[in-house]
Design a protein around this ligand. Structure first.
Ligand SMILES: [Fe+2]
Length: 274
């Protein structure tokens, strides 16, 4: 627990170009830390400037100007946005390219920028991202919302991918069958969690004390948070904020959820299970 890692040198990230100002950790690093529920990032470096509240706003454009307060750089915890592991077009037609690009470069990027700003401004001390989430109830709403937005989206990108078969195999299928009776029953319950989450939030499959559970969280709450109404190790997540689907599906969340199953990366779920 609490493993630290060194971030890539600034400027080493090349994808996507519009997010060049963010530090990126690569997919393998993220997967490893997610498996250990330890996606912590202790990164000394620039603190990104400007603020946009993510508490209620669906649209929160990122601001790309960055400054580096020398006084906080040495001790600042900074969270990172992973490099998207596929092209914006890769999840078509389930998720359109424009939605993917805006979701990643605007919404997700803004959470990362804002949490790093809040951490610096409030002098938040945490040994890593997991530690921050586990004690997020002691910090401000801005830290809570944007730390969640950062972690949740990093996770979300990983549990999706092109070439999905729509259903799991092997140990994931076995586990879902054992816990929910069948894959179809799991799918129905997970869909229900996403559909019944009023307003903005997430549907989750989590592992807790060796058992699987389905639930949802409001806003950007995450099952790794001390304040979350759903707790456990995330195995699968679905973003049901309108910004995740509105351009293509408008108000039809049900169609978005139905098509989303085609882009679930069941291998990523398997890597996290057990
Ligand atoms: Fe989102």
């Amino acid at each position: 627990m609490g493993r630290r890692y060194s971030a890539p040198e600034r400027g080493s990230a090349t994808f996507p170009p519009s997010s060049h100002y963010l530090r990126h950790m690569d997919r393998k690093q993220f997967l490893s830390r997610s498996l250990k529920a330890s996606v912590g990032a202790l990164i000394a470096g620039p603190v990104l400037a400007s603020s946009t509240s993510c508490n209620t706003a669906e649209n929160n454009d990122a601001v790309v100007d960055a400054t580096t307060p020398a006084s906080s750089a040495a001790t600042a915890l900074q969270l990172a946005q992973i490099a998207l592991p596929y092209a914006y077009t890769a999840l078509e037609p389930s998720i359109d390219a424009q939605t993917m690009e805006i979701h990643y470069t605007k919404h997700h990027a803004a959470y990362v920028k804002n949490v790093n700003e809040a951490i610096a401004a409030e002098g938040v001390v945490a040994k890593d991202e997991t530690d921050l989430l586990a004690r997020v109830g002691t910090f401000s709403a801005k830290v809570r919302n944007n730390a969640g937005g950062t972690w949740n989206h990093n996770f979300f990108w990983q549990v999706m991918g092109p070439g999905g078969k729509g259903a799991p195999e092997g140990k994931v299928l076995d586990a879902l069958n054992a816990s929910f009776g069948s894959f179809d029953k799991f799918k129905e319950a997970f869909t229900d969690a996403g559909m019944k989450r009023f307003g903005s939030g997430w549907a989750w499959l989590v592992e807790r004390n060796g058992e699987l559970a389905i639930g949802s969280t409001p806003n950007q709450d995450c099952p790794l948070m001390d304040v979350s109404e759903l707790k456990g190790k995330p195995l699968l997540a679905l973003d049901v904020w309108e910004h995740a689907y509105y351009l293509k599906y408008q108000n039809k969340r049900n169609e978005y959820v139905a098509n989303w199953w085609q882009v679930v990366n069941w291998n990523a779920v398997a890597e996290r299970l057990g």
